[in-house]
Design a protein around this ligand. Structure first.
Ligand SMILES: NC(=O)c1ccc[n+]([C@@H]2O[C@H](COP(=O)([O-])OP(=O)(O)OC[C@H]3O[C@@H](n4cnc5c(N)ncnc54)[C@H](O)[C@@H]3O)[C@@H](O)[C@H]2O)c1
Ligand SMILES: [Zn+2]
Length: 680
């Protein structure tokens, strides 16, 4: 087939036409979500790719060009809820470079336009990731602040901006009569993380990233809300300035002028000669990106001479004299392929998403933590979902959001396992706790090392000479899988370990043998039941006096024990319901672990058994501790908080909130005299 020269190759195909229309619609929607709702549904990297694709189509096929195309526009519409502000000169966007080649192309273009011999000086600035604002000062006083809006019309956010601590309300020194300043409002990284933590704890909305946090906080209708958000401002250029003051001939010096008048500017701004200086600056800031106090998505390079800036001028949406050289994106799109459940050293089960590998922040990421079941529910993640992954600094990659519009039809729900993937023990999630845990503390390979260290420790079974290093060696060689295996170790085996002679091996085996003679509280503590410390172990021992009674106790019976609340009771209960744990205990006892019988309180002395008291206020005849001991000696439980289960509150002088609570719940209130009667 011969190619007809007049067959117009630059005609867009119907498919390309449809694609361009589709991209225009999609980007218009993304703009609305990003600029007007402060709630983007895709990461910037995805937006930028689609934007570039549309730009390319419009460039290749001029007939696809459209005045309403997002490529011709800046930002989004100003919201009607705010008073609108007409900008005296438009607030534009910036052209982007995503690589060194693209930056070189920018330099080449301006060098040609300026007819200059490649010796242009550039002002280099970090590209702050927040929201652009215009501040108007009249006679040195901040009279108006506005968002960029669509570049022509912005929103009046004066009341909100006045609450930002480092925005001066009054200028100083030789400021011009009228000055418009442009700059970025952003949320420093640390403040953003703190804010999100607090918001999550209070069940409030969190932000996906500092940029959304800043933009969302800035456009609050109630400035008291903005005041509570940790916002910050840096100026990066002048807008309209009255003629009474002489402006410097370079951009950098003008920033210095702004600083002299009291406006904060970033400490990272410098001037370099030629493009090579820009590379060095790019590398330097990229390397320090994680250590900056705020998030940046690249650097901005501006022709420093104002005269040259004026020669270069503007295109529709951006100046020709500046470029944003973007850093690798910290947020990317990828797909959740599956979820693995990992068991930590303390039995905590962590769901980890297996991802379609993706480059984020310059690193390939193929896993991201999902934290816990609540987080999975909060994000509403399913297997097969397209999600936004964020990797900033040294923090482990996070899934910030599901892109719901890209959910495939058969996306699978994530099912939290009931049994430990390592040891198959039951997984327990205590009420009110976010973390689910494997209950096979004594046998779970994932927890073995820590469980054994605890078992052998001084306050537990107390095996002299069995230190952490040795335990690690034993676990690594698989010689010891549970505490019972310790009692099966032989001198012959041990002596083979590095740096261990026959003598030391004998000593250790002897120490292990000696530990068989123990006490019930020590044994209970050594089992490593969650939240059962030494004191609780001792209370359990005196209350029940026999291990079998503890193992068989109901939740209600366990809650009768001093210092045992509903949560601890459930940990104890679950522990003994796990067959593996029971098996290890049986083995230990078979191997000769024993303890002297614990004296149980005689029936006749346990006059207050089954009762729970709360002590509050100041007693005169005895201290609160003495009262507590006396009550406990009679079999009563002394609790720290009042509930409907409380038998009575014993109120001394100046009793406070516990007394009020008792009154509210209708719990009996006793005086110190009543207490003395009880103890007779
Ligand atoms: N995720 C989405 O759905 C979505 C939608 C729309 C836009 N976006 C993102 O926004 C970008 C376009 O936004 P844009 O038009 O605000 O452009 P931009 O963010 O690429 O660059 C212009 C802006 O940079 C800011 N800036 C920061 N430091 C500066 C400095 N030192 N000097 C000058 N300006 C500085 C200013 O606010 C200025 O308005 C896109 O590239 C995309 O990444 C994302
Ligand atoms: Zn386990």
């Amino acid at each position: 087939m011969t190619k007809d020269l007049f067959d117009d190759a630059s005609q867009a195909s119907p498919e390309q036409e449809r694609r361009a229309a589709y991209l225009r619609d999609l980007l218009t929607r993304y703009n609305r979500e990003y600029y007007e709702l402060d709630e983007p549904s895709v990461p910037d990297a995805e937006y930028d790719r689609l934007f570039r694709e549309l730009q390319q189509l419009e460039q290749d096929y001029p007939e696809l060009w459209h005045p309403d195309s997002p490529t011709q526009k800046v930002g989004g519409q100003a919201l009607d809820a705010f008073t609108q502000v007409e900008h005296e000169t438009p607030m534009l966007s910036l052209d982007n470079a995503f690589s060194e080649e693209e930056f070189n192309a920018f330099v080449k273009k301006i060098t040609e336009r300026l007819d200059s011999a490649n010796d242009i000086a550039f002002c280099c600035e970090p590209k702050l990731d927040g929201a652009a604002v215009s501040l108007l000062y009249e006679k040195g006083v901040l009279v108006r602040a506005a968002t960029r809006g669509d570049g022509q019309t912005g929103e009046d956010i004066t009341a909100n901006v006045r609450t930002i601590r480092n925005v001066p309300l009054q200028l100083v020194e030789d400021f011009p009569v009228r000055l418009e300043v442009r700059g970025e409002v952003f949320m420093p990284t640390h403040a953003f993380e703190q804010y999100n933590q607090k918001a999550a704890a209070a069940g409030e909305k969190t932000f996906a990233n500092p940029r959304n946090a800043a933009a969302g906080s800035l456009r609050q209708l109630d400035s008291r809300i903005t005041a509570r958000r940790p916002l910050h401002f840096y100026a990066y250029s002048m807008g309209v300035v009255s003629e009474d003051s002489e402006l410097a001939p370079t951009h950098f010096e003008r920033l210095q002028q702004l600083q002299r008048w009291g406006l904060p500017i970033s400490e990272e701004i410098t001037v370099v000669e030629k493009a090579t200086g820009c590379y060095t600056y790019y590398q330097d800031i990229l390397q320090r990106r994680e250590n900056l106090r705020y998030e940046i998505d690249g650097i901005v390079l501006k022709v420093n001479s104002i005269a040259l800036q004026n020669d270069l001028g503007f295109v529709s949406r951006a100046p020709r004299w500046a470029i944003a050289w973007k850093f690798p994106a910290q947020e990317e799109l990828t797909i959740i392929r599956g979820v693995d459940f990992q068991v930590g050293r303390t039995g905590a089960i962590t769901p980890v998403a297996r991802l379609e590998p993706v480059a984020v922040g310059g690193v390939t990421v193929s896993n991201a933590t999902l934290h816990n079941a609540d987080e999975i529910a909060r994000l509403d993640i399913r297997i097969g979902d397209t999600v936004i992954i964020r990797r900033a600094g040294d923090v482990i990659p996070q899934v910030v959001q599901v892109v719901h519009e890209r959910r495939p039809e058969h996306a699978e729900l994530i099912v939290f396992p009931q049994h430990c993937p390592v040891c198959e023990s039951h997984i327990e999630r205590a009420e009110g706790e976010a973390v689910a845990r494997c209950t096979g503390g004594l046998i779970c390979a994932a927890q073995r090392r820590e469980a054994l260290k605890h078992f052998a420790s001084r306050k537990a079974i107390d095996i002299d000479g069995l230190g952490d290093k040795l335990i690690e060696q034993l676990v690594e060689r698989d010689w010891v899988k549970s505490p019972a295996d310790l009692y099966r170790l032989r001198v012959r085996e041990l002596a083979h370990l590095p740096r261990m002679g026959e003598k030391s091996a004998e000593k250790i085996v002897a120490a292990i043998g000696a530990s068989k003679q123990t006490t019930l509280p020590r044994f209970l503590y050594a089992l490593g039941i969650r939240e059962v410390g030494e004191a609780t172990a001792a209370n359990l021992a005196t209350h029940f006096s026999e291990l079998s009674l503890i193992a068989e106790a109901t939740l209600e019976q366990l809650e009768q024990v001093n210092d045992v609340g509903a949560i601890v009771a459930s940990h104890i209960y679950q522990f003994f319901r796990e067959p593996h744990n029971q098996q290890v205990i049986d083995e230990l006892i078979e191997l000769g672990i024993q303890w002297p019988a614990v004296e149980k309180l005689a029936e006749s002395e346990a006059t207050l058994s089954g009762n729970t008291y709360v002590l509050t206020g100041t007693l005169t005849q005895m201290t609160r501790d003495e009262a507590k001991q006396a009550l406990q000696a009679r079999g009563a439980k002394v609790s720290g908080s009042v509930s409907a289960k409380t038998t009575a509150v014993i109120a001394g002088d100046n009793a406070g909130s516990k007394l009020t609570k008792a009154e509210q719940l209708g719990v009996t209130i006793l005086s110190e005299a009543d207490l003395i009667d009880l103890l007779k």
